[in-house]
Design a binder for this molecule. Structure first.
Ligand code: MN
Ligand code: MN
Length: 489
């Protein structure tokens, strides 16, 4: 069995639609570099399409009926949306799932320090990264600083043409004798991932004669405190300078870093790649390529028989843990709320709804890389340009950690995709015993529902810049639409 090529199958009209879809996808990627930014942008889009926030509906006392659209947000980092179908929810939903967190560097809680005239920010990496890939790149800071009074300063610095950028240094090749003899895992260590963020010491105002007259009236205790402050600034002038700028820009003090979530990501927009502009190179395509296609598919379908649902989660890259990860009860709680508003809630009806649901758990797959051919088994690998990827199983070392969908569900998926002429390929993640990976699939499978992994082939997965084929991005979106319209097994 040879994979089919999507490019060759498209008409001129389809090619045009595909490029337009990818233009919008690129704009989404450029504007959505954190899970919070993803949720913001998604909520803006779906509200325009008529989705209503669940708490508002509950408050209004309105009931949900066929064709209604509802969504809920969890802690600004996780969002779920529903399009109510004509069939009772107890019969199950068609669910699309993907994650909106991506590998990156997070600032530590006490990050800022100065060393020999440079100000630095200490980080702890998030998710699986090759640390050596993150040095000598223009980096941007995105996130929030929440102050004790509950107000939030939103940070996005490094993306605009005239914004400053940030960076992590690497040792010059001339002095890299020790580094070059290390393994790639050790060449750049986690604790060396410090962001250089300043070099100019703060200017300390010399006290004028008039000023010293005023200070003469202040207590000796206050004078001592002033002096100490001045000495500190002189000693760590660059750090003091950075803090003064932060105070000016965001109204925050050093202590406010304690309640901040600041993510360090590659600076710059998503780009078209290749002479033929056939690919997209961007930060964060794992797994925003699937998240984008999934929620756009929700906006594309109407009059569904089975209730359509899309859940976009946080924390996949660190094990789907926490209140905003897939393992959280958030999803189950919201399904219960939605069934309640649809007039069909009972504990048993909820269990039935979840068990009777069908799910595409979408995540990126490792596209065949000609530069590293030895890592792949070519018959069971996905290729850029060959369409939506279906992974019956993922996992590593004997399928460990995999969901492994049933043959019956796989047959249903084939029927649904073939019915809409969606081009798909099947794959596993690389060669047996070369490595592997997990997804959120097994978590929802715990309800007894049929779940299968699917997604898009990616080159350079988890690197600062990841690459997809536009044809696959669009074909996968078509696959999601076909799945949401599916009538069930
Ligand atoms: Mn992923
Ligand atoms: Mn990943």
């Amino acid at each position: 069995m040879e994979p089919k090529n999507v490019w060759e199958s498209y008409t001129d009209k389809q090619l045009k639609d595909m490029h337009a879809f990818n233009d919008a996808y690129r704009a989404f990627l450029s504007a959505s570099k954190t899970e919070r930014e993803c949720v913001d942008n998604i909520v803006n889009d779906i509200e325009k399409a008529g989705y209503v926030e669940l708490p508002k509906l509950i408050q209004s006392g309105k009931k949900l009926k066929k064709g209604d659209k509802v969504y809920a947000v969890n802690m600004n980092k996780n969002v779920v949306m529903f399009l109510i179908g004509s069939e009772p929810m107890e019969k199950g939903m068609n669910i699309l799932g993907a994650h909106i967190d991506s590998p990156r560097l997070d600032l530590k809680q006490n990050p800022l320090y100065e060393e020999k005239g440079l100000a630095l920010l200490d980080t702890h990496y998030y998710g699986g990264i090759k640390k050596y890939q993150w040095v000598t790149l223009p980096l941007a800071l995105h996130g929030v600083i929440v102050k004790k009074d509950g107000t939030t300063a939103e940070i996005s610095l490094g993306e605009e043409e005239d914004d400053p950028v940030f960076f992590i240094s690497d040792i010059l090749i001339h002095l890299a004798a020790d580094q070059m003899s290390k393994t790639a895992a050790k060449a750049v260590e986690g604790e060396a991932l410090n962001i250089i963020c300043g070099n100019q010491p703060i200017k300390i105002e010399k006290k004028t004669a008039a000023a010293s007259k005023t200070t003469a009236r202040t207590t000796s205790k206050a004078k001592a405190a002033d002096k100490k402050d001045e000495e500190e600034k002189a000693k760590e002038g660059v750090k003091a300078g950075v803090l003064a700028i932060l105070k000016d820009m965001y109204g925050v003090d050093e202590e406010d870093f304690l309640s901040a979530e600041i993510e360090v990501v590659p600076a710059g927009k998503a780009r078209e790649a290749g002479f033929d502009r056939s690919m997209i190179m961007s930060y964060g395509q794992d797994d925003r390529v699937c998240a984008y296609g999934s929620y756009e598919a929700m906006l594309a379908v109407k009059n569904v028989k089975r209730t359509a649902c899309c859940i976009l989660v946080d924390k996949e890259e660190i094990g789907s843990v926490g209140a905003t990860g897939m393992q959280s009860r958030f999803f189950e709680n919201i399904v219960a709320e939605v069934m309640n508003l649809a007039g069909s809630y009972s504990e048993l009806a909820l269990r039935r709804c979840l068990a009777n649901s069908l799910m595409l758990s979408s995540d990126v797959s490792a596209g065949y890389d000609p530069n590293y051919a030895a890592c792949f088994e070519t018959k069971n690998t996905c290729y850029l340009g060959c369409g939506m990827v279906i992974n019956k199983y993922t996992g590593s070392r004997g399928k460990s950690g995999s969901n492994d969908a049933s043959a019956e569900f796989m047959a249903y998926i084939r029927k649904v995709l073939d019915g809409e002429k969606v081009i798909f390929q099947t794959a596993e993640l690389g060669k047996v015993d070369q490595g592997g990976g997990g997804t959120i699939a097994y978590i929802l499978a715990q309800y007894g529902m049929n779940v299968i992994d699917s997604g898009v082939a990616v080159l350079d997965m988890h690197a600062p810049w990841e690459v997809t084929s536009k044809a696959d991005v669009y074909e996968t979106y078509r696959g999601y639409i076909a799945f949401l319209n599916g009538e069930g097994m």
